[in-house]
Design a protein around this ligand. Structure first.
Ligand code: DOR
Ligand code: ZN
Length: 345
């Protein structure tokens, strides 16, 4: 069996910098036409100038014949100015602004401390410029249980935000719960959408502890209960246009994952398409796969759909055990395991 799909895009990707960037960017460029590139570098990408420079460094590590198009984002801070949004829109390089609540995840220490209190003028300018806000949807209060942080964020931040600024385009990134699905559905199309990662569709929180602690399955938002995984599968395979592909592929050096205080992030770029295909196949919804991988994202962002195609062959293939690079190695999701759908180009 073989599936032909319009070339997919990845609407949520971490490419890093330095030799890690050089090691991972070609994997994404082979599978995807475009990617929304996250700005949580050190220092974060907070200005259009920095985004333009970062895009240039990405292009430099890609093969000469690559037509991969990185769509850049700005990292929102308490002091981002409305004028920066005007510059971003004019640049035709920056396509969105990312909200990290301060302290929520990797390199989020410069993120926002009080969204509506500190960023309202910027958000108004974004609505005006049709610049989407991409949201890491978790509260950071350490007294809130880590498994409830998404649900609490929806009620305390997201709902008030969209009530105040219904014209603002908002993508709730990497949703993980039935509560998020309910919220997205309650927004009923229009300006609110969500990305869903492969790991939140195929794993539940048991995978963190199966046979011992599994650092390579640790990401944020953390994996949830099986009922939540099932709600996500139903949502993406329903055919709703509000969901689209965003891998949240987030490579870390092996030694930063396998240590006493390991980083959050799963490197899934090499396996993402195979896993999405498996999820849709198992739900009997392969006919809905292409809209999720290739249509709903560009339609939401107001960009043209890709015109080239890729193929997925139903054929077993083995995931690499490790991906070496000059200063270490990366362990991909499902390292060394067999998967069923093989991308071919
Ligand atoms: O697991 C994660 N890793 N979640 C995030 O939100 C950030 C990402 C990273 O940059 O490593
Ligand atoms: Zn991310």
């Amino acid at each position: 069996m073989e599936l032909t799909l319009t070339r997919p895009d990845d609407w949520h990707l971490h490419l890093r910098d330095g030799d890690l960037l050089a090691a991972v960017a070609p994997h994404s460029a082979r599978h995807f036409g475009r990617a929304i590139v996250m700005p949580n570098l050190r220092p974060p990408v907070t200005t259009t100038g920095a985004a333009i420079a970062y895009r240039k460094s990405i292009m430099e590590v890609l093969p000469d014949d690559s037509d991969f198009n990185p769509l850049m984002t700005l990292y929102l801070t308490d002091t981002t100015s409305p004028n920066e949004i005007k510059l971003a829109r004019k640049s035709e390089v920056v396509y969105a602004v990312k909200l990290y609540p301060a302290g929520a995840t990797t390199n989020s220490q410069d993120g926002v401390t009080d969204l509506l209190g500190k960023c309202l003028p910027v958000l108004e300018e974004m609505a005006e410029q049709d610049m989407p806000l991409l949201v890491h949807g978790e509260v950071t209060d350490p007294d809130v249980d880590i498994f409830d942080r998404e649900k609490v964020f929806i009620e305390s931040v997201l709902r008030p935000l969209i009530q105040k600024l219904p014209q603002l385009k908002v993508v709730m990134e990497h949703i993980t719960t039935a509560d998020a699905v309910k919220f997205i559905e309650s927004c009923n199309g229009g300006n609110v959408a969500a990305t869903v990662t492969p790991q939140h569709l195929v794993l539940n929180r048991n995978s963190l502890f199966q046979g011992g602690l599994q650092p390579h399955n640790y990401c944020l938002p953390v994996l949830k209960r099986e009922i939540h995984r099932q709600a996500l599968v139903s949502a993406v395979t329903s055919g709703s246009k509000q969901y689209f592909l965003g891998t949240d592929s987030a490579p870390h050096e092996r030694r930063r994952k396998e240590c006493s205080c390991g980083c959050a992030g799963i490197y899934n770029s090499p396996v993402a398409l195979s896993l999405y295909a498996k999820v849709f196949e198992e739900a009997g919804a392969l006919d809905k796969l292409e809209a999720f991988t290739s249509f709903n994202g560009p339609d939401f962002y107001g960009l043209p759909r890709n015109t080239s195609k890729i193929k997925l062959k139903k054929e077993p293939w083995k995931v690499l055990e490790r991906i070496p690079f000059p200063s270490g190695e990366i362990i991909p999701m499902f390292a060394g395991q067999m998967l069923d759908w093989k991308p071919s180009f």
